[in-house]
Design a protein around this ligand. Structure first.
Ligand SMILES: Cc1cc2nc3c(=O)[nH]c(=O)nc-3n(C[C@H](O)[C@H](O)[C@H](O)COP(=O)(O)OP(=O)(O)OC[C@H]3O[C@@H](n4cnc5c(N)ncnc54)[C@H](O)[C@@H]3O)c2cc1C
Length: 383
């Protein structure tokens, strides 16, 4: 493994960092204050990223995307993670699962998404089925060659701005009574399908979650992504990237919080000296930078393994677990180093601290990551 960045990787990092600092940081306070990102500003961000030639960097070049390797994509996401999801969402990264589209679906979903003309959202979670995805109740029954869907999804990120939703729905029972899960592409405006506002989250304000309801919603079989009953297969093939992106965004945000704390520790004086010289403060900085570097290495190593075609289930779970928990500790310490000022909305630290909270929950909770790690360790031993 090469620990240095190539010229191209360096270019990715500096281009994205420059854009995030120049174009997105100035918007943060207002999005935070109002809990909204006006659509015209969102579209402007999108237009600028398209002009940069960096839109859809995760999608293979043969479909018009950036075709970045997992490692290069992780480096890009690390920079995007410096700002909130409400803003960085508009640096479009259509779900990788769209690569499972057939030729006709590509024209309607994948290619317009890569061009920024259509926005996707992904719906797995339900009120009674979170970590236990297979427990989903949202179900479809056959009616000729169509499917009639009933049920509810919730916590679905940015579905308020989505043109279509990639939804996982139970389509009967398979062997041993296990639910067959099928992935459908559902257009906004499909009769019987409604996207409603969700809950008011303290994390990533302006990045809304939604409730989706299916009420006798008729979907033709051509809306199936992959095979009927093959929802988990397409998910497992294409969604591995999302946990790495959570991890690497945590690293980016932690680094930003740390830099602010480091500067403050070098400036602020109490008892006649800079507070960083007190061991109690200096050691907090030492712990933070060590943990950030550790999370960075874990994450980039997991991405590298994927690029090499090596098994990476355990490594991805370790990266997501460690980076999200690290971010909570680092943002908390950054506040501590600032004393009372750390909690004031005048600084972005209390926001980073609130935003950090969701990272241990979405895309699989910390407990689920630990479960995956333990399973990967024990399974080869027959346990
Ligand atoms: C802001 C936000 C946005 C989201 N966006 C999306 C989205 O776009 N699409 C989508 O499909 N989902 C989305 N989610 C859902 C997210 O992935 C789930 O919240 C997460 O998987 C946990 O499910 P749950 O909230 O139902 O918690 P539960 O599964 O009910 O878990 C509750 C607690 O029990 C623990 N637990 C559960 N099972 C086990 C076990 N086997 N072993 C040990 N502990 C266990 C959990 O770790 C947790 O601590 C989003 C969530 C949030 C908060």
């Amino acid at each position: 493994m090469n620990f240095g960045l190539t010229h191209e990787q360096d270019l990715i990092v500096t281009t994205v960092r420059g854009f995030v600092e120049r174009e997105l940081y100035p918007l943060e306070a207002e999005v935070e204050r109002t809990g909204e990102l006006p659509m015209e500003i969102a579209r402007e961000i999108q237009r600028k990223v398209l002009a940069l030639g960096f839109y859809a960097p995760n999608i293979p070049a043969e479909f018009g995307g950036g075709g970045l390797s997992m490692l290069d994509f992780a480096l890009l996401e690390r920079e995007l993670g410096r700002t909130s999801m409400a803003l960085n969402h508009w640096w479009g990264r259509p779900s990788n699962i769209l690569c499972a589209c057939n030729a006709e679906q590509r024209q309607r979903y994948l290619l317009p998404s890569v061009r920024g003309e259509r926005i996707d959202a992904l719906a797995m979670t339900e009120p009674d089925a979170g970590s236990d995805v297979r427990g989903m109740k949202c179900a479809a029954r056959r009616d000729g060659s169509d499917w009639i869907v009933n049920g509810t999804k919730h916590f679905i990120s940015h579905a308020d701005v989505a043109d279509y939703v990639i939804a996982f729905i139970a389509t009967g029972e398979g062997s041993a009574g296990r639910k067959r899960i099928t992935c459908f592409l559902v257009d906004r405006g499909t009769p019987g399908f409604e996207i409603r506002p969700g809950y008011d989250s303290v994390s990533h304000r302006g990045y809304h979650n939604c409730i989706l309801t299916f009420d006798d919603c008729r979907l033709p079989a051509v809306q199936i992504l992959g095979e009927e009953g093959g929802g988990f297969e397409v998910a497992n093939t294409w969604l591995f990237a999302t946990r790495i992106t959570v991890a690497t965004m945590c690293v980016g945000r932690a680094r930003r919080a740390f830099d602010i704390a480091l500067d403050y520790a070098a400036q602020r004086r109490q008892f006649g000296q800079q507070i960083g010289k007190f061991q109690g403060v200096g050691f907090q900085l030492a712990d933070s930078v060590t943990e950030i570097d550790a999370a960075d290495f874990l994450t980039l190593a997991a991405a590298w393994r994927l690029d090499q075609g090596l098994p990476a289930n355990r490594e991805i779970a370790q990266a997501k677990l460690y980076a999200s928990e690290m971010l909570a500790r680092v943002t908390d310490r950054a506040i501590q180093v600032h004393g009372g000022m750390g909690l004031m909305r005048d600084l972005p630290l209390e926001r980073f601290w609130r935003d950090a909270r969701v990272e241990r929950i979405w895309d699989g909770t910390s407990e689920i990551q630990r479960h995956i790690i333990a399973r990967e360790l024990l399974r080869p031993l027959g346990a």
